[in-house]
Structures are given as C-alpha cells and as structure tokens.
Design a protein around this ligand. Sequence first.
Ligand code: ZN
Ligand code: ZN
Ligand code: FE
Length: 744
Amino acid sequence: MPGRKKINIKGIVQGVGFRPFVYRLATNLSLTGFVCNTTDGVDIEIEGREENLQRFIEILQKDKPPAARIDGIKSTDLTATGEDIFSIVESKVTSGFTQISPDIATCTECISEIRDPQDRRSEFPFTNCTNCGPRYSIIIDTPYDRGRTSMSRFKMCAQCSAEFNCITDRRFHAQPDCCPVCGPSYRLFSISGREIPTDDPVSAVAELLKKGHLVAVKGIGGFHIACDAQNCDSVRRLRQRKNRPTKPLALMVRPSLVHDIVHLTDDEEEMLKSPAAPIILLRKKESRICDGVAPKNPYLGVMLPYAPVHHLILNQIPFLVMTRANIQDEPIVKDASAVRQKLKSLVSHYADHDRAIENRCDDSVGYYLPQHGFSIIRRSRGYIPVPVELPTAVKPTLGVGPYLKNTFALANGREAYLSPHIGDLDNLETLQFFDEMLEKYKRWFRIRPELIVHDLHPDYLSTKIAQGLPGTKKSVQHHVAHFVSCLGENQIKERCIGIAFDGTGYGYDGKIWGCEFFVGDIHEQKRAAHLQYLPLPGGESSIKKPYRIAVAYVYSLLKEKLTITDDAETRIIHRMIDENSNVVYTSSMGRLFDCVSALLGITKEITYEAEAAINLEYTAQDATSDYYPFTVKDEPTMVIEAKDILKAIVSDMKKQIAPAVISAKFHNTIAEFSFHIADRLRTLHGLNSACLSGGVFQNRLLLNMMINRLKRGGFNVYTHKHLPNNDGCISYGQVIAANAEELT
Ligand code: ZN
Ligand code: ZN
Ligand code: FE
C-alpha cells in the first residue's frame, strides 16, 4: 500500500538548491508528489512505498545542500492520491514567513567556470549557481523567487533557461542565474559620471588600480573603495581623503597568496574560506603590503574574494585594500548616484552594474581566539538575516538597540532577527537606513511588534525612535542588556555572574557605567560590583583626548600633576575636578584603558573608537604573570578602587619599567580583580558560572586572560557565540530582558 506524507520544512531552504535536491531525492526513491516554496519555508508532499518515504526523510536531513539549514521538520500522514509524477510547483503565499538565505561567496565550481576560457561564463562577473551567489542583498520580498529579486528585470536567454529547468544541472532553479548574453553587466565611469568606453570594464578597473587610482567598485552588499595595497602612495591618498589616519583598512587577497602576508591556523583558514567569507583579523608577516594599511598593528584584516568580480580583479593585482565606501559614519554606499555625490573627492572612477543592491550589508568581521573559537566583531554579510535563537519564547518584540554600532532585533517566539550593522544613530542617512530595514524586516518575517524596548538613556536617538513607535515601551539598562544577551545566546536559564566591560552606558544612578559585575538571570539582575566612579573632565568630549583622562584620574586619585600636556590645560582640568564642575562620573573600563594608554605615552589622542585601548593591548608583550595591587571595598555593592593600581603604574614608570611590561601587568590586574570579585560572589551567592560581554572584550589579550583566570579558579565561563560582544549584541539582550521581566 503506498502512503502519502505532507512535510513542512523551516530554515534556510530557499535559494540554496533545496527544491532541486528534493526533486532528485524523490525521483531516485521512485516517489511522486510535489515540492514548493511557501512564505513559510518549503512544503513537500510525497507518495510511495512506506520504506522509501522513511528513507526520504532521513536523507533529506543528512545530505541537504551545503548552504541549507533546517530548523524544523513537520510531517503528517495523508491518503495516497495515485499521483504518478514528482514535480516542482509554483510558490505558495501562506500566512507564515520564511527564512532568507544570507549572501554566499562564489563556489569553487563557479570559479573554475570563470577561469575556463572555453566556458560560456568565462570571466563573467555575475556567475552564480544554487550553491553560491547573492541572496539577501537582492531580495525585494519573500518567498524567494527571481520575480521578487532585483534579477527580475533580466530575462533569461534560452541556454540559461534550459539550465534553470534541467534537474541534473547545478543551476536548476538557481534564481539569480544568468550569463553574458542575458545577465547584468559592469560599466566603468569617471567620478563625474562620464562613461569610459571599454570592452572589458573589469580589466580596465584593474589597470586603473595598477596605476595607483582609487576606484569605487560595486559588489554584493555595497560599493568598496579599492586601491593597490602595495602602492603606498595610493594607500596614503586613501587615508588622507577618507580622513582616516590610522584605523586599519581591510584587505582582499588573492587566495593563493594569503600565507605570504599573514600567519594562519587551520581554524582561521576555514573561517576565511567559509560561505560567509568574513574579514578575519590575522597576525601579520613581514610582507610586501604597505605599512599604511594597518600601521603599528600586529594584525591585518583579511578577506578572500567572494564575488566573481573580485576574483577577476585579483587575477591581475594580488592585494587590494577594500574599504567600505562611505563618508564619516554614514551607511555603506549602494548606488551610483550616491557614489557621485558622496565619493567625489575620494575616488577617480567607479565601476557600476545594473543588478540593484536592494539591501545593503557591510562585510562581516571577526577573529579566532585559540582554544575558544570564532568571535565576531561585526555581523553582517554572510550571516544576516539568519535568526538567533532566544532562550525563551517572546511576544512580538522590537529591541531598537544602542546608540552606537546600532543593530535592531525583531523577535517573535524563539527567534530574533537581527538587522545588519546599521551604524551610529546620529546622522540622517543612518536613521533612514534603520527605518528602511525595520519596515522590510517586519514585512519579511511577519512580525508586528507589541513590545518596543529601548535603552535606559532618556536622550538617545534610539530611545526617541522607540517612543515614536506604537506598542508598549520598556527600557533596559545597557550593561544588563550585555549580560542578558550573553546568557541568552548560551541558553542559560539559571543564575550567573555577569561581567560587562565597555566604554559607555547610562546607569540607573544617571552616571556612566562601564566596568560592571552583576548577579542574576534573564529575569532580574543586581549590580554587585563596579569600578569606582572617576571624573571625566568636560564629559564625553574627553574620550577623543585620552591624555585629559590621564591628567584627571592621576590628579583626583594621587593628587599628582602629570606633565602630559601644557600647564594651562592641566590647570583647567585640575580646577574642574577641585570645583566639581563640568565633569561627569564614570565607572567605565574603556576610560581606564584610555587613561593608562595616555599615561604610558602610547596614545594621547585618538582618531577612531578604542584606539588608545587597542594600542595598549598591542604594547603588552611581556610574559609576566605579575599584577598590581588593588583594593576592593565591600558592601553593599563592591567597589574596585583604582588608586593603588594607578599609583603602582606611576611608580613603575618612574623606575623606567618598559611600557610592554606595565601594560601586561595592567591586563593581569584586571583579570585578577575580576576573579577576586567573582570568587567573593561565589561565596556569597553560590554561583559558579560567569558571562563575559562588552566591547572591551574585543581585546584578545584581556579576553584570553579573563577566560583562563576564571577557569583556573573553577568557573564555567560563557562568552558570545553568534553575536559580537560589543554593542552589536544589545538589541538581542533588550528583547530577552524586557520579555523575561514581564514573567517575574
Ligand atoms: Zn556556484
Ligand atoms: Zn543567459
Ligand atoms: Fe556596550
């Protein structure tokens, strides 16, 4: 007796060759029925012998296409209908929603076709197949079908159409499939908008780059500004024009030459070559790359080519600087009109193509911490919009995220959809980007948020945005969001110690927090310890000038005068502290790093966020396990005093101890007092686990020391897995904390 089953599959199952795979599997097993995409995922009905139906379900999960991800399978029995063929039928629009695949780096088979002079896609910059190519960035609406992407305007030629409809072809139902006859094309323009006549725009770009030009190149999620990474004059010009004196620039490298410029472990190589193709921070080798790419930095941010156009350019020029095309803190530029308007003083030419980028997304960035795993710094292309699992089911909720490095999280049930990296919510373009993506996410994922969660800070623009949206409003303190985010990602329901180290977050007492210890769970959190409050002269404006922080901290704690700046400015800072005027108080860990970095003469002023702390990390070179004395004052909230630490540092400086040693001892001190506090909290509350979150943990040295110290002391240590430990995780934490609070 033949049976019939209806199978509904959720996950990343559209645009990744899933239906063709199902078709082949069903026909191999002599099953009949159909498969179709729905707004809900993929629906299958199969009919045939019972044992084959079982085999089908087994193999479906085991041998799924490389880019697919199955989050759920539901199977129900139906009555056999006597159907005699298996077919792929039209997409159905149902009430649910479907996951959207992230963009996928060009696969090896497509690369060989591009390289093959005999292939009809030889050197074709839009080559893709069911295993690779653009997805998220070209989607207009779901379900994912060519007609709902920016490929809809390109009518397939007969040959492409034949591939698209041929079950045994790698391009069977590959929605963005195209070729030089029917697909998009690149065109080269001068920045004024005049087209440069050429048969081969991509080679012409390579020629311009070889001559030292800066060129904007349209890619997958936006434009890059490209230049030859071996031409130091080009790199210098790029820095000057982008007003970016020292912040490291990303490199795109010919795959065969990666080992020439960086040290690479197997894990790192695997991440680099993964379908998401993120930028990975890798240890630099002495090499032919200009120092100006990442001055005074032991790491290089390296990515491999992930679109055919990148492979084609890198064939001619081995190392490219590929930095996001934007000005200041605005979102990445994604169309030609914006290039002409915003990049006119930056690049001489731009290469445009006629496949629209519907949804911009930046390159993702991460690094690999030995014995610990991949740690992401910016989660965008290749990762979004894959949902992140929540520890408990939530009502439809929007977490609007933080003010800086904004991402929002739109959530329902056990799934949180995080936006791509939006940026700092302080300019019109970023706000428009936020609104645009929020509208799209609401539509794609069918979520109408009833609960709107924002930061505790009453004046943040993100708070104002939240207040303008319909629904119940709730606020969550910044470091609570960090802690809860880490609990959530690790699916921890029990009580735990939370350690949040970062630069800035508005506290319950109106002061600026940033070195915070909590005890609690996702439902309630109590501040258990913090760094003592210290005065920031002139408030947050001193963040750009760490030497002012050093002058202020040393004066207020040790009553000593530093000669780090001129007398007049020193006097002004001293007076601010004496009179307690124009100072704000902070327990920030980021500012303590700034202070020490300036004190040691490493970084007096900064040109990008956390520069002083980063330089201090890179200075630490000594293998010492020594640490400075510290005092923790008890009860009711423990307070870590900075006086002894600073006093010892100043004393070491007077003894001419090298900054490499002082920095290492300073890092050790933080790990040591953190363990001391965690140990006290273990005694007081019987807790044995600690969660680490906050942007300060992008400091690899510190993160490593903290994990090791806490583990050595018998703690389970949890860190972020899929989300950044910087403010990119805040919106997710907001969603969890606000929902959990309602349940207590
Ligand atoms: Zn491919
Ligand atoms: Zn074609
Ligand atoms: Fe933060």
